[in-house]
Structures are given as structure tokens and as C-alpha cells.
Design a protein around this ligand. Structure first.
Ligand SMILES: [Zn+2]
Length: 308
């Protein structure tokens, strides 16, 4: 079983769509941790949403979606890069007890101070180039509406999402109206605008149906009457981008004093990746090396090969 991202266009209209099934990736995400059912729904829906929105990436890099919560669910992070490598994790508040029917608002926006953050992070940054980050209040009762509102407000893009996830499945459908083009008017002028028509058809899709139906069948059921161009499918998969070097730079950012205090207490530093569980250890020698290699590279490596 491989995951699939299927892009399509409604012919002769300015409406594009995508269907995604990231159920296998979702199983990898859950392999490390047992999340409460209500958290599974939200994190699983965000996973599908990130795969769908990665198509909006205009550069080689990654889209990172985060929800910073003020309730029992503190943090959700989902990443998807241009090659559809994906990873995700969630952090619960200490001793949080989460009932199955807990809503998004109860989980992350109890006091209205929850935040939704989208970061577009280019892989090979030009000098001075920074990741683009948009931070907005959690405006909506579902992951889909929060993202729809974000896309409208920040990107001025009409976007509709249908997301569904449980412990086994994560699937989604996206429709987007391409910017700068109006609807195509039919000769009679009475036909519904293509955007409204596609949204109306997709709105018949129920969450239960999306959970229990493969995306090929969903496509047929919803749009069998439409003239649709289907593109080559792509295949998202789980891949964590953590490395020993990145963990090392994180320790460097903590500062030498902090690291030395921790070493005195524990003898060595053990760090587990939140996304994949990879275990990293830094003993006193490793840590010392982190802070001596501050010297400019030129002093360590000859600038050019010497002549013999
Ligand atoms: Zn990792």
C-alpha cells in the first residue's frame, strides 16, 4: 500500500482539485505514540491538509503547519516538503485526560489564545532569505475551516477542504479557485459558475464516506458528470529529516553553560526525536566539540590545495 496525492483540473475552468490518501504515512506517525481519539482526528486531518497544501509551494522546501494550543493539547506539528516527505507529532499537556468527543476548540482554543502557524521554509536559502511565517488566531471549529479562513485571508485564495481521519485512515479533498480568473459563463448564462458547482458537488461528501472510501471511488462518485483532467499521481511518505548535526546545533543554541550544567547532572545528554523516535546521545567529548568548532572554517581547512 502506498499513499497517493491525485491532482486534477476541471477542464475549461479556473478550478483545480486534489485528493489525497496518506493513511500509510499516518500509521508511521502513530507507530511511536498512542494518541487519544480526538487528537488522532485533528493530527490526521492536518497530515492530509499539509499534503494537499504542499502543491501551493512555489519553491524547493517545506510547508510546516502548527497549532499552538491553550488547552489539553499544547502543540501539533505537521511538515511536508516538495518531495512529499512527511512527518508529524503532537504534544499533550501534562496529565491531560481527553475524551473522545472533545472538540477542536476545547482541545486547543479554550481561552481563544490558540494560534495557527504556517511556515514556508525554502530548502536552499539565499543569503538573507528567511522562512515565510503566517500566524493567525484559530478561526474555525475544524481543521478544514481554520485552513480555509487562513488561505482566504493570507493568500486571497478561495480554497475548500474536506478532511477525515481516525486511527487507520487520513484522507482529504481540496478545491481551489485559481487567482485572477473569473468563472466561465455558459452560452445561456444560467449555468452555475464552475467554482460553485464543484463546491456543491464536493459538499455532498460526508466524513464517514471519506473515511470508508478510497479516493479513486470518491472522485468517480462526486465528479462523474464533470470533464476532468487527471495528472500523474504522486506518492507522499513518512520521512524524518532529523540528523545528529541538527540536534547538535540545537544544543549549541542552548549555550555552553546550559549544556555543561546538564552534563554535570546526567553524565551525557540523551535526546529522542519527537517525530521518529531516533535516539541521539552526546557525551562530554561530543559536547565539547560542539563549542570548539565555532572557529571559522578557513582556519581549519586550507583555502586552496598547496602546490608540490
Ligand atoms: Zn526524527
Amino acid at each position: 500500500m502506498t499513499d497517493t496525492l491525485q491532482k486534477f483540473m476541471f477542464e475549461n475552468t479556473a478550478v483545480r482539485g486534489e485528493l489525497v490518501d496518506v493513511s500509510e504515512t499516518w500509521k508511521h506517525v502513530q507507530a511511536r505514540r498512542e494518541y487519544p481519539a480526538a487528537v488522532k482526528t485533528i493530527l490526521g486531518e492536518m497530515l492530509s491538509a499539509a499534503a494537499l497544501l504542499s502543491a501551493n509551494l512555489k519553491f524547493n522546501g517545506a510547508i510546516v503547519m502548527q497549532i499552538h494550543g491553550d488547552g489539553p493539547l499544547r502543540l501539533l506539528v505537521v511538515e511536508c516538503d516538495s518531495d512529499l516527505n512527511m512527518r508529524a507529532t503532537a504534544k499533550l499537556a501534562d496529565s491531560a485526560v481527553i475524551a473522545d468527543d472533545t472538540t477542536l476548540t476545547q482541545l486547543v482554543n479554550q481561552n481563544g489564545s490558540g494560534r495557527f502557524v504556517i511556515t514556508l521554509d525554502p530548502k536552499d536559502k539565499l543569503p538573507g532569505q528567511q522562512a515565510y511565517q503566517g500566524i493567525v488566531p484559530l478561526d474555525g471549529e475544524s481543521v478544514a475551516t481554520v485552513i480555509e479562513n487562513y488561505m482566504m485571508r493570507s493568500e486571497q485564495l478561495d480554497t475548500r477542504l474536506w478532511l477525515a481521519a481516525d486511527g487507520n485512515v487520513s484522507r482529504g479533498l481540496l478545491l481551489q479557485k485559481l487567482p485572477g480568473e473569473g468563472g466561465i459563463k455558459s452560452a445561456s448564462g444560467e449555468e452555475m459558475e464552475p467554482w460553485d458547482r464543484s463546491v456543491m458537488l464536493a459538499s455532498t461528501l460526508r466524513t464517514e464516506e471519506l473515511l470508508s472510501t478510497d479516493i479513486e471511488t470518491v472522485m468517480r462518485r462526486l465528479f462523474w458528470e464533470e470533464d476532468i483532467r487527471i495528472f500523474d499521481p504522486k506518492h507522499p511518505h513518512f520521512l524524518c529529516s532529523c540528523t545528529r548535526e541538527k540536534v547538535g546545533s540545537m544544543l549549541k543554541m542552548l549555550g555552553q553553560a546550559e549544556v555543561e550544567t546538564a552534563l554535570e547532572e546526567m553524565g551525557k545528554l540523551a535526546i529522542d526525536c519527537d517525530f521518529c523516535g531516533q535516539h541521539y546521545e552526546f557525551d562530554p567529548v561530543d559536547c565539547a566539540q560542539l563549542f570548539v568548532s565555532e572557529a571559522p572554517v578557513e582556519t581549519l581547512i586550507p583555502a586552496s590545495p598547496s602546490k608540490h
